[in-house]
Design a protein around this ligand. Structure first.
Ligand SMILES: Nc1ncnc2c1ncn2[C@@H]1O[C@H](COP(=O)(O)OP(=O)(O)OP(=O)(O)O)[C@@H](O)[C@H]1O
Ligand SMILES: C[C@@](O)(CCOP(=O)(O)O)CC(=O)O
Length: 200
């Protein structure tokens, strides 16, 4: 691992099915904490940048929540997995390079190797968060089952073998996200204050 200017005080590694609300929840947390304290790391970011460049695609749309990216998802998965087979931490390193805020929100872990990379690099700081929504709710947000995607590692790689530190139920009939996120926000605020004490 290249020498870091600063280590994070807390790394929250989020995972969840497509349209479960990973981006929505991490953006909510960043809104509460501010971008100086908290950064969102998207493992899919460097992958989409490279894929868009190689295929002449619209990166903004690939990074967005709309249907555009779904046309290319299966091929992007295969492209990304070929890189991960050579180097499981490839996208983790790219996505976290230059991050200097005390709190990192990794918004889109999909494989055990994603989670294990952060656990290995930051064993004291890393915690896992699972965002959960029903298939009915996910469908209302634009999801539909796609063979080769929703039954593949990209969507199922963290379904078993992980005891998540936090579970966020992103459903209208669940407690509000503010209520569910309160202990996580407390954790982030403690991490941020610890970081500022260490730097002073
Ligand atoms: N609690 C919520 N209230 C209102 N809208 C929500 C909520 N959760 C998610 N959404 C909306 O549902 C859509 C999917 O959410 P989001 O993009 O965060 O899912 P995701 O898990 O990041 O999906 P993907 O894996 O496809 O990137 C977005 O348009 C988002 O704004
Ligand atoms: C190709 C891939 O990175 C697409 C992720 O897009 P999104 O996070 O669902 O917007 C998923 C994967 O890496 O398996």
């Amino acid at each position: 691992m290249e020498d870091r200017v600063s280590e994070p005080s807390l790394v929250l590694v989020f995972s969840g099915k497509r349209k479960s609300g990973k981006d929505y929840v991490t953006e909510l947390i960043q809104q509460r904490l501010g971008p100086d304290v908290c950064c969102i790391l998207r493992l899919s970011g460097p992958l989409k940048e490279q894929y868009a460049q190689e295929h002449g695609l619209d990166l903004d749309q690939l990074m967005g929540p709309g249907p555009y990216k779904e046309q290319y998802r299966a091929d992007m998965i295969h492209w990304g997995e070929s890189r991960r087979r050579q180097d499981p931490g490839f996208f983790c390193r790219l996505a976290s390079r230059g991050a200097c805020q005390p709190v990192w929100l990794v918004s889109d872990a999909r494989r055990l190797s994603d989670l294990q990379w952060f656990q290995a690099e930051f064993p004291q700081q890393t915690q896992s968060v699972r965002v959960q929504s029903s298939e009915k709710t996910r469908s209302q947000r634009g999801w539909s089952f796609t063979a080769g995607v929703d039954d593949a590692e990209s969507e199922c790689g963290l379904d078993n073998g992980v005891e998540f530190d936090w579970i966020v139920i992103n459903e209208a009939d669940a407690p509000s996200l503010d209520e569910q996120l309160r202990p996580i926000l407390q954790l982030t605020e403690e991490a941020a204050s610890t970081s500022s004490v260490n730097q002073s």
